[in-house]
Structure formats: structure tokens, C-alpha cells
Design a binder for this molecule. Structure first.
Ligand code: HEC
Ligand code: HEC
Ligand code: HEC
Ligand code: HEC
Ligand code: HEC
Ligand code: HEC
Ligand code: HEC
Ligand code: HEC
Ligand code: HEC
Length: 420
């Protein structure tokens, strides 16, 4: 009985002891709160060159040890950076996708961090030319760090990010503007320069219009193609919806050969997209149509008709625009006229979009509508100009009349002076 009591007391002591040590263990600060890696590296001036305190990982509490492993509670390099304590060799270029993928491919990890960042990135990356070649051991291509850096990673909306719309061009240019490297792979060395000269490049880099596509908007961020597209060229239709819808209905469009002869880039090119003009269509030397259509075929004939339609509407529009200038200079009412002229311009823009159907009936209908609007605009402009002439003439007659009376009065008074 006495032994049994002693036994229970011992057990109670034992349990208290366990609870105590458990509580004590809980008091050991979690590894997160110390960062001897950072401390020593800062002290020894061994910080990576690209380190930035605003880095997304650093700000989210993901520090050295989370990527590099090791024991961050030790102040001794030999312990902190010991492989037996989980320290990893600095990854080689080929190892990077797996290294970053440790977290970025793990949905459990990313959900725990309440992050909405996609976990398909590494999988997508290996579908791209870059990824495929890296897998084969090619280290010329871009891996994660080439585009993102290792210690200055920011959200892509942050203007400091290497993948921010206005910075991505230079990020790709590091390699794609490297003539020697690109020649090795038989890739055109004009890609970056042409892009910078294009309507898109000027809009993005000069006008800071982030709605204009940067390299990754057409090529996708990681995959071979932009999301949901079978081919890169299909992306044009995401922004130029009308052009795509109209062109897709035309005989020239062919889904299975959209990237070469039968799609947008056959006429506009991919990187050196210039501001389109009426000169690009027709049978004159500057026309693109002649690249593929010869005298006598249907495309040639239609090119000629469409060009004449557009030129007619454009010349009439320019005439109406010049007449409006005269109305304004004569200080006449231009409120309605401004509105009317805008409608003519809209019709001209619409006609230029409609040529993507290569359908003379459809374009013809819009052009006739535009011409009708232009005619009534010009008629009203002429009325205003006429009215201004009458007003001016009226004024002239009135002033001449007054001058005559003054002159007459002058002579009469002189005559009267003589008589007196
Ligand atoms: C007491 C100082 C000290 C501590 C603590 C320390 N390091 Fe280092 N670390 C260094 C020094 C010095 C170098 C420079 C190269 C060398 O001596 O290996 C270095 C180099 C590195 C490198 C580059 C290795 C390479 O391949 O060039 C990495 C990565 C690194 N440390 C990560 C860590 C991490 C992660 C921790 C914490 C778990 C850590 N270090 C803790 C001093 C330290
Ligand atoms: C998001 C993961 C990640 C985090 C967090 C991280 N590193 Fe790195 N670190 C890398 C990668 C990847 C490389 C290899 C870079 C390369 O290949 O260019 C690297 C390379 C290094 C190197 C050697 C090359 C160099 O750039 O000098 C050092 C030193 C280093 N890291 C230290 C640190 C320290 C110290 C911290 C904490 C302040 C840290 N790293 C946090 C991913 C990380
Ligand atoms: C230890 C886990 C871990 C590793 C390893 C890691 N990351 Fe991350 N990364 C995260 C988490 C978690 C976030 C989300 C942070 C947030 O939402 O605040 C993140 C965010 C990012 C973002 C920003 C996403 C956005 O748009 O906001 C980029 C880019 C990124 N990581 C790239 C990399 C690259 C490149 C590597 C490899 C060099 C890497 N990461 C390695 C965990 C990790
Ligand atoms: C060729 C350049 C390039 C390479 C290589 C690359 N990325 Fe990216 N990454 C980008 C661009 C561009 C964006 C998105 C920018 C945007 O959203 O506008 C991006 C976005 C991200 C994001 C944020 C995605 C989100 O949904 O918010 C993460 C995380 C990321 N990359 C990780 C990686 C990892 C990991 C690797 C290596 C497997 C890698 N990247 C390789 C260019 C690259
Ligand atoms: C570290 C260097 C490097 C960076 C940075 C880089 N690339 Fe590349 N890229 C290459 C190399 C090398 C190839 C050649 C692979 C081949 O086609 O054989 C390539 C191939 C490509 C291809 C495939 C060309 C083909 O053969 O069809 C595209 C598209 C591409 N890169 C787009 C981009 C974009 C967009 C960016 C920026 C977001 C970028 N690259 C950043 C090195 C790089
Ligand atoms: C408006 C969309 C668009 C933009 C912006 C764009 N590209 Fe392209 N790019 C294309 C299309 C379309 C192709 C041809 C289709 C294909 O080969 O998949 C192409 C082809 C390429 C090729 C292969 C060329 C070759 O000679 O084999 C590379 C490399 C490339 N682009 C890189 C870039 C880089 C780098 C940028 C940014 C400076 C960029 N592209 C901007 C649409 C675009
Ligand atoms: C991300 C959206 C986006 C994509 C994708 C895109 N564009 Fe554009 N594009 C624009 C914007 C925005 C402008 C207007 C630029 C400006 O302000 O001059 C433009 C301008 C143009 C123009 C000149 C229009 C004019 O009236 O001056 C042409 C032609 C053009 N794009 C063709 C293409 C082709 C071909 C493709 C596919 C290879 C393409 N675009 C892909 C957004 C896009
Ligand atoms: C057969 C040649 C050809 C093809 C193919 C073609 N275009 Fe055009 N595009 C033209 C011509 C010519 C003009 C100039 C019209 C004008 O100004 O008279 C033009 C004008 C444009 C314009 C400026 C006028 C407008 O509609 O705002 C855009 C944008 C455009 N094209 C986008 C595209 C897109 C996107 C595709 C693919 C779906 C495409 N084009 C296919 C010949 C072509
Ligand atoms: C890159 C080559 C190329 C260019 C440039 C080109 N076309 Fe075509 N076009 C074709 C092809 C291919 C077809 C389809 C022929 C077929 O299969 O019957 C076609 C068909 C047509 C058709 C339909 C003919 C029919 O039989 O009904 C018209 C109309 C047409 N093109 C007009 C034009 C005009 C206008 C231009 C200049 C703005 C132009 N094309 C520029 C290649 C081109």
C-alpha cells in the first residue's frame, strides 16, 4: 500500500517534470527570431551583392536559412554552415528550378503562407525553350535567377522588380541583345532593337503605357506560350479583339498556319510593328499585298479596290478638316461641326479595321456611310463660311457707306465754309 502511494507520487513528479521541460522547450525562441547568418554575413561584409531588404522573401520573414539551409542559431560558421546541419551547397544554374520549386511547387507550403502565387511555375518553365534546354544541361538559357535575381525579388507590379513591365525588356535584352550569344543559336540579333522601334515599344518605353505588350505579354512569363494559347501569335487578338474577329472570318486566315503566311505577323511582323497607313494596302509599290498577290488574282483586284475606297474617304475627311479650320479662323460656330467631323473620323478608323475582312461589300458600306457624313459636314461648313463672308461683306458695305457719308459731310461743310 505504502509502495503504491510512493509509486503514484513518483509518477506525478515524473509528469510534472515532463510538462515543465515541455514548457521550457516551448520557451526556446523559434528559429525564425534569430538570424545569425545575416548577423555574421553583415559583420564580415559577405552579403550577396544583390541583397535588398525590400525583397519579397525577406519581407515575408523567409530568410537565409529557409533557402540555404543550415543552423541559424549558431554564431559559428563551421556549425551554421555545416552540411550535417542541413546547409546546402549554393545551387548551380541547373539546380535552380528545383531549389526555388521546393516552395514554389508546393501548394501546402504556399497555402500555409497565405500566398496566391501559382504553384505551376516550375512545371510551366520546363515547357519553354529555356526550360527544355536547361534540362539538357545548357546553361546559356535563362533560369529563375537570370530573370528574377536571388536576393532582390519584388512583386512584378513593383517598379524595382526586374520583371516589372518597363524593366523586363532590359532583363531579356541581357541575352537577347547579346549578338554573339544569339548568333550561336541562329536567333535574329535584331529582336530587341526592332521591338524598341515598334508601336508597342514606343508606347511602353516612351509613353509609359503599360497596356502595350512587353516581351513576356506575348511570349508568356514561364511557359512556351502565353497562357491558354496554342501559338504566340494568337495573343494579338487579346488586345486587338476586332481585328482578330474580322480577320478570322476572312479567306486569308488559316488556324493551322496562323504564325506564318496566314496570320497577323504576315503583314505586321512580330517585333517591328509600324504604325499602319493606307500605303500598306493596294497595288502601289509600298503595298504589302504585292508580297503574295500577283496581277490578275482576286487578292490583287480587291487590294486595289480597298485602297481606292480608303483614299477617297481619307481625302474627303482631310478636306472637311481643312474647311473646319477656316470656319474656326472666321470666328463662326464650330460646336456641331467638331462633333460631325469626329463621326467621319470614326468611320474612317472603322473602315481601316474592316479591311481585315478583305470584303469589299463590308468596307464599301462603311466608306459610303463615312462619305455621306463627310458630305453633310462639308455642306454645313460651307454654310458657315458663306455666312461669314456675308457678314464680312455686310460690314464692308456698312463701313463704306459710313465713310461715304462722312466724306460727303466733309465736302458739304467745306462748300459751306467757302460760301460764308
Ligand atoms: C560566423 C559567420 C558566419 C555565419 C554564422 C554564417 N556564415 Fe555563411 N559565410 C560566411 C563567410 C565568411 C562566407 C564567405 C565564404 C566562405 O568562407 O565560405 C560565407 C559564405 C556563405 C555562402 C556562399 C557560399 C558560396 O558557395 O559561395 C552562403 C550561401 C552562406 N554563407 C549562407 C549562410 C547561411 C544560410 C547561414 C546561416 C545558416 C550562414 N551562412 C551563416 C560566414 C558565416
Ligand atoms: C529565395 C531564396 C534565397 C534567400 C532567402 C537567400 N538566398 Fe542567398 N542565394 C540564393 C540563390 C538562388 C543563390 C545563387 C545565386 C546565383 O546562382 O546567382 C544564392 C547565393 C548566395 C550567396 C553566394 C553568391 C553571392 O551572390 O554572393 C551568398 C553569400 C548568399 N546567397 C547569402 C545569403 C544570405 C546571407 C541570405 C540571408 C540574408 C540569403 N542568401 C538569402 C537564394 C537565396
Ligand atoms: C522557402 C520557400 C521559398 C523559396 C525557396 C523561394 N520562394 Fe519565392 N516566395 C515564397 C513565398 C512564400 C512567397 C510569397 C510571399 C508573399 O506573398 O508575400 C514568394 C514570392 C516570390 C515571388 C513574388 C511573387 C509576387 O508576385 O508577389 C517571386 C518572383 C519569387 N518568390 C521567386 C522565387 C525565386 C526565383 C526563387 C528561387 C531563387 C524563390 N522564389 C525561392 C517562398 C519561397
Ligand atoms: C525568362 C524570364 C523568366 C524566367 C527564366 C523565370 N521567370 Fe518567373 N517571372 C517572369 C516574369 C516576366 C514574371 C511575371 C511578371 C508579371 O506578372 O508581369 C514572372 C513571375 C514569377 C512569379 C510570380 C508569379 C505570380 O503568379 O505572381 C514567381 C513566383 C516566379 N516568377 C518564379 C520563378 C521561378 C521559380 C523560376 C524558375 C523555375 C522563374 N520564375 C523563371 C520571368 C521569368
Ligand atoms: C540568360 C540569358 C537569357 C535571358 C535572360 C533570356 N533568354 Fe530567351 N533564350 C536564351 C537563349 C540562349 C535562347 C536560345 C535557345 C534556342 O532557341 O536554342 C533563348 C531562347 C528564347 C526563345 C525561343 C526562340 C526560339 O528558338 O523559338 C524565346 C521566345 C525567348 N528566348 C524569349 C525570352 C524572353 C521573352 C526573355 C525575357 C522575359 C528571355 N528570353 C530572357 C537566353 C536568354
Ligand atoms: C506583340 C507580341 C510580341 C512581343 C511584344 C515580342 N514578341 Fe518575340 N515573337 C512574337 C512572335 C509572334 C514571334 C514568332 C512566333 C514564334 O516564333 O513563336 C516571336 C519570336 C521571337 C523569338 C524567336 C525569333 C527567332 O529569330 O527565332 C525571340 C527570341 C523573341 N521573339 C524574343 C522576344 C523578346 C526578347 C521580346 C522583347 C524585347 C519580344 N520577343 C517581344 C511576338 C512578340
Ligand atoms: C497586351 C496588349 C497587346 C498585344 C498582345 C498586342 N498589342 Fe498591338 N497594340 C497594343 C496597344 C496598347 C497599342 C497602341 C500603342 C500606341 O499607343 O500607339 C497597339 C498598337 C498596335 C498597332 C498600331 C495601331 C495604330 O493604329 O497605330 C498595330 C498594327 C498592332 N498593335 C498590332 C499588333 C499585333 C500584330 C500583335 C500580335 C503580334 C499585337 N499588336 C499584340 C496592345 C497590344
Ligand atoms: C493582309 C495583311 C494584314 C493582315 C494579315 C493583318 N493586317 Fe492589320 N492592317 C493591315 C493594313 C494594310 C492596315 C492599314 C490600314 C490603313 O491604315 O489603311 C492594318 C491596320 C491594322 C491596325 C490599325 C488599324 C486599326 O484597326 O486600329 C491594327 C491594330 C491591326 N492592323 C492589327 C492586326 C491584327 C491584330 C491582325 C491579326 C488578327 C492583323 N492586323 C492582320 C494589313 C493586315
Ligand atoms: C503573306 C502573304 C499574303 C499577304 C502579304 C497578303 N495576302 Fe491575301 N491571301 C494570302 C493567302 C495565302 C490567301 C488564301 C488564298 C487561298 O487559299 O485561296 C489570301 C487570300 C486573300 C483574299 C481572298 C481571295 C479569294 O479567293 O477570295 C483576299 C481578298 C486577299 N487575300 C487580299 C489581300 C490584301 C488586300 C492584302 C494586302 C493588305 C493581302 N491579301 C496580303 C496571302 C497573303
Amino acid at each position: 500500500m505504502k509502495n503504491l502511494k510512493l509509486f503514484f507520487i513518483l509518477i506525478i513528479f515524473f509528469l510534472i517534470e515532463i510538462g515543465f521541460s515541455y514548457a521550457q522547450n516551448k520557451n526556446i525562441p523559434p528559429k525564425k527570431n534569430v538570424n545569425n547568418c545575416l548577423g555574421c554575413h553583415q559583420h564580415k561584409d559577405e552579403m550577396p551583392d544583390d541583397f535588398n531588404k525590400e525583397d519579397v522573401h525577406f519581407k515575408a520573414g523567409i530568410t537565409c536559412v529557409d533557402c540555404h539551409g543550415g543552423d541559424n542559431t549558431s554564431k559559428k560558421q563551421s556549425i551554421a554552415m555545416d552540411e550535417d546541419n542541413g546547409y546546402l551547397e549554393t545551387p548551380t544554374k541547373e539546380e535552380l528550378p528545383k531549389f526555388c520549386g521546393k516552395c514554389h511547387s508546393s501548394s501546402t507550403y504556399m497555402i500555409k503562407h497565405k500566398s496566391k502565387v501559382s504553384t505551376d511555375i516550375v512545371k510551366d518553365y520546363f515547357k519553354s525553350k529555356h526550360g527544355k534546354l536547361l534540362k539538357e544541361g545548357n546553361t546559356d538559357v535563362a533560369s529563375c535567377v537570370d530573370c528574377h535575381s536571388a536576393h532582390s525579388i519584388f512583386n512584378s507590379k513593383n517598379t524595382k522588380s526586374s520583371v516589372y513591365a518597363l524593366n523586363i525588356i532590359e532583363t531579356c535584352a541581357k541575352c537577347h541583345d547579346d549578338k554573339e550569344l544569339m548568333t550561336k543559336y541562329d536567333i535574329k540579333t535584331t529582336v530587341v532593337n526592332n521591338y524598341k522601334k515598334s508601336v508597342h515599344g514606343i508606347a511602353l518605353l516612351k509613353k509609359m503605357d503599360v497596356g502595350a505588350p512587353a516581351c513576356n505579354d506575348c511570349h508568356g512569363n514561364h511557359g512556351a506560350n502565353p497562357k491558354g494559347k496554342k501559338k504566340v501569335v494568337e495573343i494579338c487578338g487579346d488586345c486587338h479583339v476586332n481585328n482578330m474577329d474580322l480577320f478570322a472570318q476572312s479567306k486569308m486566315s488559316k488556324e493551322d498556319d496562323f504564325d506564318a503566311k496566314h496570320g497577323c505577323i504576315a503583314c505586321h511582323t512580330n517585333h517591328l510593328i509600324e504604325k499602319p497607313t493606307d500605303k500598306m494596302i493596294g497595288i502601289q509599290e509600298s503595298s504589302l499585298c504585292l508580297d503574295c498577290h500577283d496581277e490578275g488574282d482576286k487578292g490583287y483586284k480587291i487590294a486595289n479596290i480597298l485602297h481606292s475606297y480608303l483614299t477617297k474617304l481619307d481625302t474627303t475627311y482631310q478636306y472637311a478638316k481643312n474647311r473646319l479650320k477656316i470656319v474656326v479662323e472666321s470666328n463662326m460656330d464650330d460646336v456641331d461641326l467638331n462633333f460631325m467631323l469626329k463621326e467621319v473620323k470614326q468611320s474612317l478608323i472603322k473602315s481601316r479595321t474592316l479591311i481585315h475582312t478583305f470584303d469589299t461589300t463590308l468596307v464599301g458600306k462603311e466608306v459610303r456611310k463615312g462619305l455621306k457624313l463627310a458630305d453633310s459636314t462639308i455642306a454645313k461648313e460651307n454654310e458657315e463660311i458663306h455666312a461669314s463672308i456675308i457678314r464680312r461683306n455686310g460690314l464692308l458695305i456698312a463701313t463704306s457707306f459710313i465713310t461715304l457719308i462722312i466724306l460727303a459731310l466733309f465736302f458739304i461743310s467745306k462748300e459751306m465754309d467757302k460760301k460764308l
